[in-house]
Design a protein around this ligand. Sequence first.
Ligand code: TYM
Length: 339
Amino acid sequence: MTSHVKPLARIFSGVQPTGNLHLGNYLGAIRNWVRLQHDHECLFCVVDLHAITVWQEPAELRRATLEVAAALIACGIDAEKHVVFHQSAVPAHAQLAWIFNCVARVGWLNRMTQFKEKAGKDRENASVGLYAYPNLMAADILLYKATRVPVGEDQKQHLELANDIAQKFNHDYGRQVFPQIEPLILGPAARVMSLRDGTKKMSKSDASDQSRINLTDDPDAIALKIRRAKTDPEPLPHDEAGLEGRPEARNLVGIYAALADLHHGAVLAEHGGKPFSAFKAALTDLLVATLSPIAAEMRRLLADPGAIEAVLRRGAERAAALAAPTIAEVEETVGFVRL
Ligand code: TYM
């Protein structure tokens, strides 16, 4: 009897090897990747080409690339079953990105809020790579014709642009080469905010280390950061409506909800009415219980960098093999002479 097993949907997602991975990366993205890997075919990429859109010290970039790969494995990504690799090891990313530079319109990129934020006031002095960054992201995903992309909320606009690029490419060349992609923005912590300012995203580039929990923070550092986290003077509300206008409270409750696998409402049903001091102690316990084993596993993995490099090498080979038919199809479609 022939069985008709539906092929698993393909996932692609990426993370930059810049600075420390933090709780936002974990709750907004990596933890969801770990869960989705059971019923998807996945590629997870350490995006070093994206990293150099702003200056990176070469030795630090190399170190961070291995560290992020180790973090993915320590968080529970199965690098045997799925493809874990770094972007620069598969030149097809840059190749397809160039073609997308010629498909995307300047007007589209001008609307990207992340470029505006990252370039700041001195836009004239931003790298061209930073401007074209979303085109490379579209190439990352569409190179593998991945259809599902789990990310934090901050990447939503970039994924919409990737769909615009796919659609325009297909339309211009009159062929259905690329699929549409579905952003997967999941859970109560799709946008983790800074611990110092509940209106700002938790970010690797924030000058204050107190603003974020790093995956490698030890229990004392976690406890101190949570104790110092900005709050307001009111006790916790009893329901979600009570979080309105209280961004810091919403953020801490969202983090707790994600870690405990609950909704905001369920967390508040338990902790509503308590002062922040009590809630923060419970949150610290949850954070330490979740992050300490990950940090320990990262330390263990990083003691043998050769083994991490071997994972990346094998991942790059598998990724390159998956990318080859798309590149061939795109070159044929665009009209490049293939020898
Ligand atoms: P990066 O490296 O900034 O972040 C990696 C992932 O973490 C998520 N994230 C957050 N989620 C919730 N709260 C936060 N404060 C927070 N900060 C970061 C991001 O949304 C992301 O999912 N451009 C991407 C990397 C990339 C990519 C791709 C992603 C390159 N190519 C293709 C998906 C598909 C980035 O800079 O992520």
